[in-house]
Design a protein around this ligand. Structure first.
Ligand code: UDX
Length: 440
């Protein structure tokens, strides 16, 4: 890959949630390795630790989020508020940077920090958006109302059940959500390029539809975690003890269970999951994030007798080094909430999935996994008998073998994107040229 001149300076604007911060930092590392100098502007919430990234300049801007907003855990409300409160400090921060540097080559912002595009337009800067979810979400959220039956005739789009997803997303049409959709669409339409942490072959038909709607080039640069040097971006402390536990398990025997950084469950659900895992008789590595079980600090709500029944067969941690876990030979399945990062990370290791989506794009990703790529099974409900049966279908039954084979095929295709002439390498070269020519 080609190197840029060190003088090219990029400013990246972060959305302060784990699943968004990690790909933004990965993108920053890659662009830095190509010769760009990097400033990362971020709200105060979940501030990244600058000492983990001495090569970047970090600038924190006030977000004015209140305790009640934070404890409410309403992601839509937080995104809406962040765009309102961060707009003025972001503008001031960019003006200050412009005074001290000759120029900013581009402003790269998380798609959900859409206020950045208006500021970029006003200051005459090229604005580039990073979508950290599937490219197909660009069809779902902003252009949704224009998608009618006629347009969804292609097999891939039909298999996604877009109407079902449309209904799910419209269940709670808060005023904030409506405003976000409009603003986000406007920003996408003004941006110079739309970068997506995806791979062309994963979303071929949806991508061609996306390209009809947006004038800017759609640049698929995934899987970012495979291109970027290993970076520390976790907001939680990783418990490495699970790796020595995995080392003692048989190949492909372990089901890894993680519901990402935001989803939560209630006490009855944790009891059902615990017995489902126990009764499945498979070894399991279970991430129970502190606060994930509503009304509990950590694992106090686990049922009596559970620990005795599983003994050494189970390992519970607060946070795992997930990419390392998925690459481990002992892991044979991933029970996931199907956040996009988890989905991509699982694909890259050829690990078949058990899907239990909670909100937003997780339903879309589940449709891709189960209906389009056919590399996983959907867990219809959190009832212990159903959990036990579905784990066995994936991990033990013949059905699981076919799913595993398809997952391995996708892993190979993903690896192919990364070779020198592969699509990801080409996209990165295209992106750096694009930035350079826009800023001339
Ligand atoms: C959120 C939304 O839930 C998701 O729908 C959207 O696609 C992105 O933002 P999140 O819940 O954080 O995502 O899930 P995901 O996108 O899968 O990202 C989680 C990240 O945390 C992954 O990179 C994963 O490797 C990491 N992780 C998770 C760990 O490192 N350790 C863990 O124990 C769990």
């Amino acid at each position: 890959m080609e190197k840029q001149q060190k003088s090219s300076h990029l400013v990246l604007v972060m959305l302060p949630f784990q699943g968004h911060m990690t790909p933004m930092l990965q993108l920053a590392s890659i662009l830095h390795s190509k010769g760009f100098s990097i400033t990362i502007v971020h709200p105060e919430l979940n501030s990244p630790n600058p000492s983990n990234h001495p090569e970047f300049t970090f600038v924190s801007i006030p977000d004015k989020l209140t305790e009640s907003q934070l404890s409410d855990k309403n992601v839509t409300g937080l995104v809406w508020s962040l765009n309102k409160t961060c707009a003025v400090p972001l503008r001031q921060c960019l003006e200050k940077i412009l005074h001290s540097h000759h120029h900013i080559a581009a402003l790269i912002y998380d798609t959900q920090m859409y206020c950045a595009q208006t500021i970029a337009d006003d200051l005459g800067l090229p604005g580039i958006t990073l979508r950290t979810s599937a490219a197909t979400t660009l069809l779902l959220y902003p252009v949704f109302s224009q998608l009618d039956e006629e347009e969804i005739k292609s097999p891939e789009l039909q298999a996604l059940h877009l109407q079902r997803l449309r209904a799910l997303l419209s269940q709670n049409p808060a005023k904030e959500m409506m405003e976000i959709r409009v603003e986000l669409t406007n920003a996408l339409k003004s941006s110079l390029a739309i970068i997506v942490n995806s791979m062309e072959f994963l979303e071929l038909e949806a991508l061609s539809k996306v390209k009809q709607y947006f004038p800017a080039p759609i640049i698929t640069i995934g899987p970012l975690h495979k291109v970027a040097p290993a970076i520390c971006s976790s907001l939680f402390t990783e418990e490495d003890k699970c790796i020595s536990w995995l080392n003692k398990q048989a190949p492909k025997s372990v089901i890894y269970v993680s519901l990402g950084s935001m989803a939560s469950i209630d006490r009855q659900e944790v009891i059902e999951i615990a017995w489902g895992l126990s009764n499945s008789k498979q070894p399991f590595l279970w991430v129970v994030r502190p606060g994930m079980v509503r009304g509990s600090e950590w694992i106090e709500s686990l049922p009596n007798g559970f620990e005795e029944s599983v003994g050494e067969r189970g390992c519970i941690v607060k946070w795992a080094p997930q990419t390392e876990v998925l690459a481990h030979a002992a892991v044979g399945g991933f029970w996931s909430h199907c956040g996009w990062n988890s989905t991509i990370e699982s694909i890259c290791e050829g690990v078949p999935m058990l899907c239990k989506p909670f909100f937003g794009d997780q339903h879309l990703n589940t449709s891709y996994i189960c209906n389009v790529w056919k590399i996983g099974l959907e867990l219809q409900n959190l009832e212990r008998g159903n959990i036990e049966r579905t784990i066995k279908r994936l991990m033990v039954d013949m059905e699981g073998n076919d799913i595993r084979k398809r997952a391995m095929d996708l892993k190979e295709k993903a690896a192919f994107c990364l070779v020198e002439e592969g699509s990801t390498s080409c996209s990165f070269n295209g992106l750096t040229k694009h930035i350079s020519s826009a800023s001339e």
